[in-house]
Design a protein around this ligand. Structure first.
Ligand code: FES
Length: 198
């Protein structure tokens, strides 16, 4: 059996990596999404911290805790042991990258006396994906308010159903904001429970 080491990423999950593979290559084979561009140790997109273990980066051995262990380039780093690494923006298998965006508030319509349908439009030129069943955060006054996304990912439109009954003053404040503003900050997608449409 081929030897492999276990690479744990951002505490989210782990994958096997052979000593002759780069950590990015093995992670991508296992379904993890790494931020990469050049794949040649130049652009620093894949840079992250080695929290535990040892890697070979070209002709240098880097140990966790070394001065340069916060700047490991995982597209050219091969493991010498099991490793724990932190790289921002890595997504676990099935997970989509989260974005903070400013959405246009397009339309608000009452569905009944205390539920409104809100249509938001994502900015042009930024591809944001989600799985049916995930949720998003509306960012208002420094706080995040979670709402399920009611439609599946198909273009730039997001549908929310907001219940704002008399017993829910926070939702009433959110509706008052949405009815008076033209844009709203949102972070999405969130949540790892979704409908697997594969
Ligand atoms: S992808 Fe460019 S340095 Fe790793």
């Amino acid at each position: 059996m081929l030897q492999h080491f276990t690479i744990t990423v951002n505490g989210k999950g782990n994958f096997p990596c052979r000593p002759d593979q780069t950590i990015v290559e093995a992670g991508q084979q296992a379904g993890f999404g790494f931020p990469v561009a050049c794949r040649n140790g130049v652009c620093e997109r894949c840079m992250g911290t080695l929290q535990r273990g040892h890697v070979q980066q070209r002709n240098h051995t880097i140990h966790a805790g070394d001065a340069n262990s916060t700047q490991v380039l995982y597209c050219v780093a091969q493991p010498l042991s099991d490793c724990e690494i932190d790289v921002s923006e890595v997504t676990a298998p099935g997970e989509l990258p989260s974005h903070e965006v400013h959405c246009q508030i397009q339309q608000i319509e009452a569905l009944n006396h205390d539920v409104s349908r809100v249509w938001l439009q994502l900015p042009a030129g930024k591809r944001v994906l989600w799985h049916a069943g995930q949720y998003m955060m509306l960012n208002l006054n420094g706080e995040g308010f979670p709402f399920s996304i009611a439609n599946h990912c198909d273009g730039r439109r997001l549908e929310l159903h907001i219940r704002h009954g008399d017993d829910n003053s926070a939702a009433q404040d959110i509706m008052a904001y949405l009815e008076s503003a033209s844009t709203v900050s949102a972070t999405l997608p969130a949540g790892m429970r979704f409908i697997d449409s594969a």
